[in-house]
Design a protein around this ligand. Structure first.
Ligand SMILES: O=C[C@H](O)COP(=O)(O)O
Length: 282
């Protein structure tokens, strides 16, 4: 897959967008929301307006929390309009690895950056399952995102609940592969999402998440990237309190459709203890 990506590509989007984000964003708590394909355009606009109305609540949090939302591609212009001046960032749920060319139906990272996106999701389990995404395509998309100055939200997690050892192994294979597309000191977010906990009744057990998240954090340190780890999979109010100290935030799906839940989550994340800094590399 990498053969379609120029080795030393510096896209027009990087020059336009001013490249990657501020270093101080490296370990701030972060909450993200993907709308998947749940809403049409009108419903997305209504939801985005509700999110914009959280601006005051965000400003009053005891500790700053980064918030980003990922609507469908056609709603990016709405996000740009409705979230302007709120401090809420936005992005996309997928991206193509090529900068341009004969790729019918695809959207480049540079185009997302031009649309004001700051984050882009790569490798979600639903894209792996339904659209044949592989570790190689996820790595290529991660690289494209980083080169365009976007923060890739790398989704990774085991498919079945077969114990912690398998969860760690399967997740790290995916994370290492994706990080192969990102250079040292890139800013990334890893969303640990056990597939069996996505769209479920309950999030994965706290001990399970803590163990895998710790392994992911070590992997990020070893790769020398500026990384944050969030948990996703039926996450909502009450989830972060059980995970605080092991993850930097949450990646929400259905339970953020009601923005009262989202506000509750932001308050929980801000109030909880931020994880200790990464240990120094040997
Ligand atoms: O993108 C979000 C995750 O897949 C979690 O979705 P969910 O909270 O609806 O299970």
């Amino acid at each position: 897959m990498n053969d379609v990506i120029p080795e030393n590509a510096t896209s027009a989007a990087v020059r336009l967008s001013g490249a990657s984000g501020p270093p101080e964003a490296g370990r701030r708590p972060v909450v993200g929301v993907s709308l998947k394909l749940y809403f049409g355009l009108a419903a997305t606009r209504t939801w985005l307006a509700d999110v914009a109305a959280l601006k005051g609540a965000l400003a009053e949090l005891p500790r700053p929390v980064d918030l980003f939302v990922l609507p469908s591609f056609p709603a990016l212009a709405d996000a740009r309009e409705l979230l302007a001046g709120t401090g809420v960032a936005y992005g996309a749920q997928d991206v193509h690895w090529a900068e341009s060319g004969a790729w019918t139906g695809e959207v480049s990272a540079g185009m997302l950056a031009e649309a004001g996106a700051r984050y882009v999701e790569v490798g979600h389990a639903e894209r792996r399952r339904h659209f044949g995404e592989t570790d190689a395509t996820v790595a290529a998309k991660t690289g494209a995102a980083v080169r365009a100055g976007l923060v890739p939200v790398i989704c990774a997690g085991e498919r079945h609940d077969n114990g912690l050892a398998q969860a760690v192994e399967e997740t790290l294979i995916q994370v290492r592969a994706a990080l192969g597309g990102a250079g040292p000191d890139s800013e990334v977010i890893v969303a640990y999402e056990p597939v069996w906990a996505i769209g479920a009744r309950e999030p994965a057990p706290a001990r399970h998440v803590r163990t895998v998240a710790s392994a992911v954090r070590t992997c990020l340190r070893d790769h020398g990237v500026r990384g944050r780890v969030v948990y996703g999979g039926t996450a909502g109010p009450g989830t972060f309190g059980r995970l605080a100290g092991s993850v930097d935030g949450l990646f929400l799906g259905r339970l953020a459709h009601d923005t009262a839940n989202l506000r509750h989550v932001l308050e929980e994340v801000a109030a909880a203890t931020v994880p200790a800094p990464l240990p120094l590399r040997p």
